[in-house]
Design a protein around this ligand. Structure first.
Ligand code: CP3
Length: 328
């Protein structure tokens, strides 16, 4: 049997049917909070490509929004988040109220579960606290994470309160997704790769381990962790966080993943999203190399980061056919 396949950011602007509902929604956040539209966006790629899993259509930034911060998604500019600059700003964030503001997302999960084939997996998700914190402290996407690092390095206790706030909301958020019908949850730590050693431990590993433990006490669900860019620290992450599977970014060497990680943990990944844009023989050669290296032990085929808007949908269909045609 070939391994299961789904793709990070499998819903989105590369699909004409997504652009059609996106044009109808008043804004991206409205789309995330409209259960009918969000369920439709979730199901679109599964319907078109027959993927093995659906991933809830939402965003990692709904958590800062539910904590009470203004969040906007202007086209071309990327997301903007009302800045949190110091421990004083934390007093107005209420982590225990956040989950009730996210009720529309749980309704989306219920609708998707009801519409999805029983053998298809529904993946819920959240951003990991470090990555979500970078958006809150920088006010959006960043090149160097200077403000976040300066706060974390100079005032670890205050910054730790921000991490705790996100963590508390994230635990409730994931547990509620599972209660609504999510079969698996993934934690996206997209900026894990900018921290070293003890900072990686304190701001990525420890909060993730606490979330995994707390979620598993309250919900019986496998957890996938995606510490993008963490390099050799992925080994430590996999061992110490309690995740059931680890997502590998595009730069992780296949032989290392096979020999070091796979004996201990299920791995997921890691085709370069730009090879999916390229398509053809180059894409299929690399997809088969990934399958040959990792496909004989517990493995989920995916990209090493999200689908980009320039991706031709036909290339996704070709990738699914390539994976499905492979035999161990
Ligand atoms: O299909 C899916 O994977 C489900 C939906 C999903 C979205 N965002 C929808 C989205 C998921 C899982 C995410 C995760 C997410 N969001 C991450 C982690 C993964 C990663 O890419 O590293 C991050 C860092 C974000 C924050 C975010 N949201 C950014 C930086 C942007 C702008 C850049 C971009 O890719 O468009 C978004 C917007 C966003 N999230 C869109 C979609 C479909 C596009 C907005 C639009 O349609 O107007």
């Amino acid at each position: 049997m070939p391994p299961p396949i789904w793709l990070m950011r499998q819903a989105g602007r590369y699909l004409p049917e997504y652009r059609a509902i996106r044009a109808e929604a008043k804004g991206f956040l409205y789309l995330c909070y409209d259960p009918a539209m969000a369920a439709e966006a979730t199901l679109q790629p599964v319907r078109r490509f027959g993927l093995d899993a659906a991933i809830l259509f939402s965003d990692i930034l709904v958590v800062p929004h539910a904590l009470g911060l203004a969040v906007t998604f202007e086209d071309e500019r990327g997301p903007e988040v009302e800045r949190v600059g110091s421990a004083r700003d934390l007093d107005r964030l209420d982590p225990t109220a956040a989950v009730s503001r996210l009720a529309p997302v749980f309704e989306t999960v219920r609708r998707v579960r009801a519409a999805l084939a029983s053998d298809a997996t529904l993946i819920g998700f959240a951003g990991a606290p470090w990555t979500v914190a970078t958006y809150m402290v920088e006010g959006g996407t960043s090149r160097d994470f200077a403000a976040t690092k300066r706060w974390a390095f100079s005032d670890p206790e205050g910054f730790g309160r921000l991490i705790d706030t996100i963590e508390t909301a994230t635990i409730d958020y994931l547990v509620a997704q599972v209660a609504a019908g999510a079969d698996v949850v993934q934690l996206f730590d997209s900026w894990a790769g900018v921290l070293a050693d003890e900072d990686f431990e304190r701001w990525c590993v420890a909060p993730t381990a606490r979330i995994v433990a707390a979620v598993k006490v309250r919900a019986d669900v496998p957890v996938i962790g995606f510490p993008r860019g963490a390099g050799v620290l992925i080994d430590r992450y996999a061992a110490a966080t309690g995740v059931d599977a680890v997502g590998l970014d595009t730069t992780v060497p296949l032989a290392w993943a096979r020999d070091v990680l796979q004996p201990k943990v299920t791995v997921q990944g890691n085709l370069d999203p730009l090879l999916l844009v390229t398509g053809g023989a180059a894409m299929e050669r690399r997809a088969r190399a990934i399958l040959e290296a990792l496909g004989r032990r517990p493995f989920i085929f995916n990209l090493g980061h999200g689908v980009v808007p320039e991706t031709p949908p036909d290339h996704v269909a070709a990738l699914v056919a390539c994976v499905r045609g492979w035999r161990p």
